[in-house]
Design a protein around this ligand. Structure first.
Ligand code: TYD
Length: 230
């Protein structure tokens, strides 16, 4: 069984950039690795993502939202994550089930035990080996994302230096109090399970943060066999 590493954090914390930097570094070392994201990562899950982030879908009920995130996750886990882990590879995922507890649980007030049951159905109980929390003041993060939206694609690249530009979506558009409940929720999740989490400041320079993340991953890379050189 390979290695499953996830990235969490508030909007605009630069998770996607850090996930990509780690991916490139691990790949350059010759390890089998894939990078994916939630919601999304497979054809079906990306279609579900479009429904979830659409700014027009203001009428979406919290239960619908929770089940759609979970449906996207079920597809990603069964189609991509589990099969790749079973080959002994490393899976990096930009957000995972912790986001459901933080956003739908602490943010929207869904019952945490219910979320636990739904998440177990969706993932078969698959837990990350390691989760990075990129810590950033909620207001600062939303500001970064709004700034990217208002300044167009060039500025978006500053937030997300690779991959698609940051988008302003239905879930970002929720009020500050919601995003603050989410951040407090993540803090609680970290307190409940400190050995799985690494909390890193997202306010430090990008390269320094990337070094901190790699330093935490390096010791466990030995669990994975490198690819044979061609
Ligand atoms: P995205 O643009 O990918 O945001 P980010 O760059 O911050 O990851 O949009 C994903 C949004 O979905 C983000 O606001 C967090 C939210 N989300 C949930 O509410 N529940 C979940 O289970 C997941 C995976 C994401």
């Amino acid at each position: 069984m390979g290695l499953f590493i996830t990235f969490e954090g508030p909007e605009g914390s630069g998770k996607s950039t850090q996930a990509r930097l780690l991916y490139e570094r691990i790949q350059a070392l010759g390890y089998p690795v894939i990078l994916t994201r939630e919601p999304g990562g497979t054809r079906i899950s990306e279609l579900i993502r479009r429904i979830l982030v659409d700014l027009r879908h203001t009428e979406m009920a919290p239960t619908t939202e929770t089940l759609l995130f979970s449906a996207a996750r079920a597809q990603l886990v069964s189609e991509l994550v589990r099969p790749y882990l079973n080959t002994g590879g490393i899976v990096l995922c930009d957000r995972y089930a912790d986001s459901t507890f933080a956003y739908q649980g602490y943010g929207l007030g869904r019952d945490l035990d219910e979320l636990h049951a739904i998440t177990t159905i969706a993932t078969g109980g698959l837990q990350p080996d390691l989760t990075f929390y990129l810590d950033l003041d909620v207001e600062a993060g939303l500001q970064r994302k709004r700034w990217a939206r208002d300044r167009g694609s060039e500025a978006s690249k500053a937030v997300s230096s690779s991959g698609p530009p940051a988008e302003w979506n239905r879930l970002d558009a929720r009020d500050l109090a919601y995003h603050q409940r989410v951040a407090a929720g993540f803090a609680e999740l970290i307190r409940n399970n400190p050995e799985r989490w690494r909390r890193c400041s997202a306010e430090q320079p990008l390269d320094q943060l990337a070094e901190q993340i790699f330093a935490a991953v390096e010791p466990i890379l030995e669990r994975v066999a490198r690819l044979e050189p061609h």
